[in-house]
Design a protein around this ligand. Structure first.
Ligand SMILES: NC(=O)C1=CN([C@@H]2O[C@H](COP(=O)(O)OP(=O)(O)OC[C@H]3O[C@@H](n4cnc5c(N)ncnc54)[C@H](O)[C@@H]3O)[C@@H](O)[C@H]2O)C=CC1
Ligand SMILES: CC(=O)C(=O)O
Length: 381
């Protein structure tokens, strides 16, 4: 199989979807790997390292898109990449379709197959390809929140930890999953008073068991959310309903009840954000202020720590890439229902219920039978 790894083109995205060891494993098994020149530089990996592992370095991204049967990426294809997507091609990357109708329709129209990192499940029902990036983003959310609480960054001029004689900050974490628990761990470690809100009581019981005394758990409802964000200096948005648009837990009216200069880091922005006033931002221009509240809504937070994130991501994606190359993704997905849950779009059909519902598109349960050919098959070689 020909596997292609284009350079990421999203703003401030320094990750790459494959390590040299991945190239070595794939080429050792008889596959070809095309890596775009410079794709690894943001993560400190030189073209020569890929080449010595057996990759072909390709200058023109169009050549990768036109030759590869399996495209392995980090972020969703951007509009300039859409025309390159080919019928029958398989794209393995983050998509977050529910936050982007134009992307959804472009991939549907392409007759390609989209296997989304963020909905693929493991045998325990976890999200193995989302988890490492959620760990990164959860930890970063406190680092970033702390920075934007500084007065020159338009925050309220609060040091998260406080100092002897002055109280620490209050941090409210909406959603106690991977992002939320990692955010809470870092914030609590810095000495902040942390409140985690979630609708999953078993999860709250677990967090209550393992957390230090400066972490409180609360069942998440409209009243507890409102009270927690009114108290908070820093709010972390960390909810997820798999495949779906994030629920809007904080409304515009709520901002007026918050402390002026408080900061919201809406990590869930990649699924549309859990705050009504959130809109995507970039690492270069990460924040904006509405009603006195600083909003940080970067959709690719782990991209800023490319080296750590690339390794953490590729550790978990490579085993799937190897299986797809070796056995074909249809055969892998037909044997592993967790992989089938990753298939969001398959050659013109929406095969993820939440995505279909978000855009009122027809839903078809995924089966291993390829749809009747509607376009010319992909040309390889
Ligand atoms: N902006 C970025 O760069 C990144 C964003 N993310 C995103 O962060 C979000 C969270 O991801 P994970 O923590 O991995 O998900 P997760 O599934 O581990 O945790 C989500 C939690 O939200 C809870 N939840 C659902 N509805 C809720 C409600 N109404 N109130 C309170 N809690 C509620 C769930 O019970 C669950 O515990 C996702 O959208 C993910 O894609 C992840 C990594 C990077
Ligand atoms: C999860 C995701 O979208 C990211 O790591 O950028």
């Amino acid at each position: 199989m020909i596997v292609g790894v284009p350079k990421e083109i999203k703003a401030d995205e320094y990750r790459v979807a494959m390590l040299p060891v991945g190239v070595e494993e794939l080429t050792g098994a008889g596959h070809s790997v095309l890596i775009e020149a410079g794709a690894g530089l943001g993560s400190g990996i030189a073209d020569a390292q890929y080449e010595s592992a057996g990759a072909s370095i390709v200058r023109a991204p169009a050549e990768i898109w036109s030759k590869a049967e399996l495209i392995v990426k980090v972020k969703e294809p951007l509009p300039t990449e859409w025309p390159h997507i080919r019928p029958g091609q398989v794209l393995f990357t983050y998509f977050h379709f529910a936050a982007d109708e134009a992307l959804t329709r472009a991939v549907l129209a392409s007759d390609a197959t989209a296997i989304a990192y963020e909905t693929l499940r493991d045998a325990r029902g976890g999200l193995p390809l989302l988890t490492p990036m959620s760990e990164v983003a959860g930890r970063m959310s406190i680092q970033e929140g702390a920075k934007f609480l500084e007065r020159p960054q338009e925050g309220r001029g609060i040091l998260l930890s406080g100092v002897p004689g002055v109280a620490p900050a209050d941090v409210a974490v909406l959603g106690g999953g991977v992002v939320g628990s990692n955010a809470a761990k870092v914030a609590a470690g810095m000495g902040a008073n942390v409140t985690i809100l979630d609708v999953n009581l078993d999860r709250l019981r677990y967090l209550d068991d393992i957390s230090p005394p400066n972490v409180t758990t609360l069942y998440s409802d409209r009243h507890t959310i409102r009270e927690a964000i009114e108290r908070a200096d820093l709010v972390i948005g960390a909810v997820l309903i798999i495949g779906a648009r994030a629920p809007r837990l904080v409304r515009r009216d709520d901002l007026r009840r918050m402390k002026p200069g408080a900061v919201i880091v809406d990590v869930a922005i990649d699924q549309g954000g859990c705050v009504e006033t959130s809109r995507p931002t970039t690492h270069h221009s990460p924040t904006y202020v509405i009603d006195g509240i600083v909003h940080y809504c970067v959709t690719n937070m782990p991209g800023a720590v490319g080296r750590t994130s690339t390794y953490a991501l590729c550790n978990v994606t490579l085993p799937y890439v190897l299986q797809f190359a070796e056995h074909g993704w249809r055969s892998v997905a037909s044997r592993d229902p967790g992989v089938a849950e990753g298939v969001n779009i398959d050659q013109g059909r929406v095969t993820n219920r939440a995505v279909a519902r978000t855009f009122d598109l027809p839903y078809e349960e995924w089966t291993d039978r390829p749809p009747a050919a509607t376009s010319a098959p992909i040309v390889t070689g």
